[in-house]
Write a protein that binds this ligand. Sequence first.
Ligand code: ADP
Ligand code: MG
Length: 330
Amino acid sequence: MTAILKATGLRKLYPVGKMFTKGLLHAVDGVDLTVAAGECIGLVGESGCGKSTLARLVARLIPATDGAITFRGNDIGSQSLRRFAAGPERARIQVVFQDPHESLNPGFTALRIVADHIRTLMPQLDHGQIMARAEAAFADVGLPPALSRRYPHQLSGGQKARVGIARAIAVDPELLILDEPTSALDVSVQAVILKLLGELRAKRGMSYIFVSHDLDVIRLICDRVAVMYLGRIIETGTTAQIFDTPAHPYTRALIDGSPDPARRGMSVQRLEGSASSPVNPDPARCNFMGRCPMSAPLCAERAPALKETRAGHLAACHFASPETAMQKAE
Ligand SMILES: Nc1ncnc2c1ncn2[C@@H]1O[C@H](COP(=O)(O)OP(=O)(O)O)[C@@H](O)[C@H]1O
Ligand SMILES: [Mg+2]
């Protein structure tokens, strides 16, 4: 499999507080992420764990504090944001944002929202080509032409989500980064949009980075999953590895706590307490320690690195092993 995107050592630190409370918030804290051509990788974790920040770093919408990003072998991570925005890779990596209502210009009609994006990213096209491309994207996401002259406030939630997707795919991206694309929608609409996203990926051969706090959604559409906790990936593997034999106690707690009715009653662990602060984390200890049912003195002495428990399945826990994963499966 060819990697189209490769990020290594990505870090995003925000200075917070003042005077004696000054500190650094570790929003993304040393993440490696590889996306293969055509694959859908899910980023999952509780609110505030750094999913959106990681998505924005990879899309080059915000600058990283540290780390490298290559896209199809080209170093895009060391370009300035401005240079990246003007370069050819901008159209190849597109983002669908969480709240379509906030991300669509309220003063533009639906078709103009799509057409304007094409005009900005494909300046070589003439007006006729831009409109033809916008109309084709509209059709691809199942929006009837009659809706093209409507403004965002005249559209339903599902229709707005489709406009956001049409805008992103209209410039032929290879990688689509979807940040909770359905979390603002009703469950029934959510299912329809997820189906559409699955069809578009199959038809166009795009890769997805799919961000969601909803495990059931991730399980449904992703090939591979990365579980985040306090700015780090603490477990990653194929969707089957993560859901059938989770190796990290945090992942197990997330799965046990998910409202999937088939899993009710299986619950052996619950996630107690809240995450420790992302400000000035102690690099010498495991940052899941305070909530972990397995914590031991070792966890306060050494932060666990992400290590392979078996082929393609990595977890950052001193006590993660294929054995612990197997026990869960029994
Ligand atoms: N611009 C910012 N300034 C300071 N802190 C930020 C900023 N953006 C995000 N954060 C913090 O970074 C952490 C990760 O946020 P985010 O990436 O939005 O998480 P998620 O998408 O998983 O909910 C949170 O603690 C959040 O408060
Ligand atoms: Mg988010």
